[in-house]
Design a protein around this ligand. Structure first.
Ligand SMILES: Cc1cc2nc3c(=O)[nH]c(=O)nc-3n(C[C@H](O)[C@H](O)[C@H](O)COP(=O)(O)OP(=O)(O)OC[C@H]3O[C@@H](n4cnc5c(N)ncnc54)[C@H](O)[C@@H]3O)c2cc1C
Length: 433
């Protein structure tokens, strides 16, 4: 018995669009349909990378992902950065490299990426069906029955590309996981990742909203360091964001959700250990003159950050300190001459500069997360084809798999690479049928 279509791709995000294009390119005679629950295709691509779409990164390695490295390596080898760049060029989207190594479209407009992918689908006669939420998929003798909100049809092969749960208003609400679970797959616990963090209201972040600077963040769970990374931190009215926070967030979120004692601390002078900072302050203080703590620290940090930190440290340590109470001013230690700063205060300040606990009270949740940690374990797909090891004829790609990358274009690279592998493989597999 014939099926209605050859290949049904469920989810028209980055991974699904790539898979449909590569399937149709591999076998022009196949009937490929691409279904998506959203009324408008590609909302996530449009908002990505500050609406410029950080398509990939100049260097992508397995170490940029949280997933078994050997599997990720196999996937990346099949469709690497150079091939991705050439592919986008062939679609009419030349990419440019930014100083951070991130690659963006030369147009600086995410719309050019989405338009090019949709144009290619149209040129290849891929039928894109928006506003077609798939409710269930069941195996049949010849393939699968796909039940969607407007009816049903049959397909020989199905590629699942329904994404994770990040930014659910774009259509990625996690429903795809229940479909593949019913088919026999497992789904690990899922967590928002690349997500801003909220700080306790009593902390000084609110007054610094909009300021960003380089820091090092250390995440400890049960006192043990599990992650340390340097990068740019952005202070916001609710807490902290910026690349270094987004990258660190998954460690805190996962440990905290599991009820573990997770803590993040900040070092304001990246890669400067306690002794080096203390020596610097001690040396600066030994020079006679009216140099205050604020003027000295402002050589290396934004002035407003220094003032907030000094006030905080003054309050934290000054209230319990018995010496030099007269010196305390409403800016904490800020206006104290460095040469007058007693050693215990100086060391307290150094401690705060090098390892200040951030009072994280939560994350900003799925509506602000860029990606999902968790999903279908990579062990349940064959990385050479992305075919399911549980359900013959079913393929799984993109963010719905348990693989999340750091910020910088890595998550899209995962979507393009897995989409390429599944698209070529599924169509190639049907070639002889
Ligand atoms: C604000 C933001 C900015 C980002 N910026 C970047 C960036 O610059 N660079 C980068 O590398 N990554 C970025 N990411 C991450 C990146 O967008 C994702 O990792 C990537 O889009 C995942 O692609 P996907 O195709 O697997 O899933 P998705 O893009 O989530 O697509 C899944 C699609 O499946 C559809 N769907 C879900 N369930 C069903 C169903 N039952 N039936 C039919 N359709 C369904 C959804 O509507 C959706 O269109 C960003 C993410 C966010 C939220």
């Amino acid at each position: 018995m014939q099926t209605d279509v050859d290949i049904a791709v469920v989810g028209a995000g980055a991974a699904g669009l790539a898979a449909a294009i590569f399937a149709a390119e591999t076998r022009r005679d196949l009937k490929v349909v691409l279904l998506d629950s959203a009324r408008k295709i590609g909302a996530k691509i449009l908002v990505s990378g500050g609406r410029r779409c950080n398509v990939t990164h100049e260097r992508v390695t397995p170490a940029d992902f949280h997933a078994p490295h050997r599997v990720v390596e196999r996937v990346l080898q099949r469709f690497d950065v150079q091939t991705t760049v050439r592919w986008f060029e062939s679609l009419g989207v030349p990419l440019k490299r930014e100083p951070t190594g991130k690659l963006f479209p030369v147009s600086n407009d995410a719309r050019t990426v989405l338009s090019a992918l949709l144009r290619r689908c149209s040129a290849l006669d891929v039928r894109v069906m928006a506003h077609h939420r798939v409710q269930d998929i069941t195996p049949t003798d010849t393939g699968f029955r796909i039940v969607h909100e407007a009816g049903q049809f049959t397909a020989q092969r199905v590629i699942m590309a329904t994404g994770g749960q990040s930014l659910p208003k774009t259509g990625s609400d996690g429903h795809g996981w229940s479909i593949v679970q019913r088919l026999g797959h497992t789904v690990t616990a899922t967590y928002p990742a690349l997500v801003p963090l909220m700080l306790d209201d009593t902390f000084f972040h609110r007054g610094l909203s909009g300021i960003s600077h380089e820091v090092t963040l250390t995440t400890r769970v049960g006192g043990k360091t599990i992650d340390r990374r340097a990068g740019s931190l952005l202070w916001t009215h609710f807490g902290v964001s910026g690349p270094v926070v987004l990258d660190a967030s998954r460690f805190w979120v996962i440990a905290n959700s599991r009820g573990q004692d997770a803590k993040i601390s900040i070092a304001f002078l990246p890669e400067q250990p306690f002794e080096a900072v203390d020596r610097w302050l001690s040396h600066a203080g030994s020079n006679p003159g009216p140099k205050t703590v604020v003027t000295t620290l402002s050589q290396r940090l934004p002035n407003r950050v220094v003032k907030a930190l000094c006030a905080y440290v003054g309050e934290m340590y000054g209230a319990t300190s018995t010496e030099n109470r007269d010196e305390r001013t409403n800016d904490g230690l800020g206006s104290t001459a460095l040469s007058q700063l007693p050693r215990p205060r100086r060391r307290a300040l150094t401690q705060a500069l090098t390892d200040l606990p951030l009072p994280v009270v939560g994350d900003r949740g799925w509506n602000h997360a860029e990606v999902t940690a968790g999903g279908v374990p990579l062990g349940e797909v064959n990385p050479h084809s992305m075919v399911s090891r549980k359900v013959p004829g079913l393929y799984l790609i993109g963010e719905m798999l348990d693989c999340d990358g750091r910020i910088g274009g890595f998550n899209f690279q995962w979507a393009w690479s897995t989409g390429h592998i599944a698209g070529c493989s599924v169509a190639g597999g049907l070639a002889g049928s």
